[in-house]
Design a protein around this ligand. Structure first.
Ligand code: CP
Length: 302
């Protein structure tokens, strides 16, 4: 039997995505269920995380499973020189599923090709973060009532932000109008614009935040990814490119919601947090239900 992993959002059909979102809604109503009794999930985090790791672990715990793993590869045998190949071939003997975050693009695909158990990509470098995308889709559907005909403004680090790359690929399945708002140095990579060109979806690119956000159904803010810059001076130049303040939201649509995968640094001023349009902490909560749905789907338990 083929092992079902989730490495890229394109590993799922639109029907499968909608099924996961429906299942997530069921878990939101009834989150504690003994579906994973006797199952063990490994969380292997070679890069820091708060939301992804803890929401996966919360999801497994609520489903009656157990979690093992590491949050810092320096405490694993990787620090002695063990390869990713050997780590995966060892850990897959102990668990029913591996959730892995790694700084190298393509590492999750590589792990999924070696592993005898499903591998979930919890972020591979600047490439993809498909489970974040599923919780983003869940948050968009919940707040907008539909995934179709929406205007999405993606703001900030569109070059290195893996969450916007996965979200673009997912939302391109519906009739989405994209606005890409980024400084010159952090523009959306050509490969993703080509992806939209090939399916005939239009997008607009600008460096200006004011005005354009008034058209938005979703403003998707992102952090400038300091850890991906080889030159700290280049990071300093763009780190405060956009800062969203409460007063900037006065002309935006009443139903518009602000999403952010978090963590934030400076890009959303705390005065936005009390605005009803701020949705990023609810979005993080949605991660638990969505990840419950993903785990059960990949293990064939729902
Ligand atoms: N959104 C997200 O990936 O957050 P963490 O880095 O805290 O997991």
């Amino acid at each position: 039997m083929k092992i079902r992993s989730l490495v890229s959002i394109d590993d799922l059909t639109t029907g499968e995505i909608m099924k996961i979102l429906k299942l997530a809604a069921e878990f939101e109503k009834d989150p504690v269920q003994e579906i994973l009794h006797g199952k063990v999930v490994a969380t292997l985090f070679f890069e820091p995380s708060t939301r992804t790791r803890l929401s996966f672990e919360s999801a497994v715990n609520k489903l009656g499973g157990k979690v093992i793993g590491f949050t810092d590869s320096s405490t694993s045998s990787v620090s002695k020189g063990e390869t990713l190949n050997d780590t995966i071939r060892t850990v897959n003997n102990y668990v029913d599923m591996i959730v892995m975050r790694h700084p190298i693009e393509g590492s999750a695909r590589y792990a999924s090709e070696i592993s005898t158990v499903p591998v979930i990509n919890a972020g591979d470098g600047a490439n993809q973060h498909p489970t974040q995308t599923l919780l983003d889709l869940y948050s968009i559907l919940k707040t907008q009532g539909s995934l179709d005909n929406l205007n999405i403004c993606m703001v900030g680090d569109l070059k290195y932000g893996r969450t916007v790359h996965s979200l673009l690929m997912a939302m391109s399945r519906w009739n989405t109008s994209f606005n890409f708002i980024a400084p010159e140095e952090l523009r959306m990579p050509d490969e993703y614009k080509l992806y939209l060109d090939n399916i005939g979806l239009k997008y607009n690119e600008t460096a200006e935040l004011q005005g354009i956000i008034d058209q938005a159904d979703i403003i998707y803010m992102t952090r400038v990814q300091k850890e991906r810059f080889s030159d700290p001076i280049e990071y300093e130049k763009v780190k405060n490119a956009y800062v969203l303040h409460d007063h900037m939201l006065s002309g935006t649509k009443p139903g518009m919601r602000i999403l952010h995968p978090l963590p934030r640094v400076n890009e959303i001023n705390p005065d936005v947090d009390s605005n009803a349009k701020a949705y990023y902490f609810e979005q993080a909560l949605n991660g638990v239900y969505t990840r419950q749905a993903i785990i059960c789907t990949l293990l064939g338990l729902k």
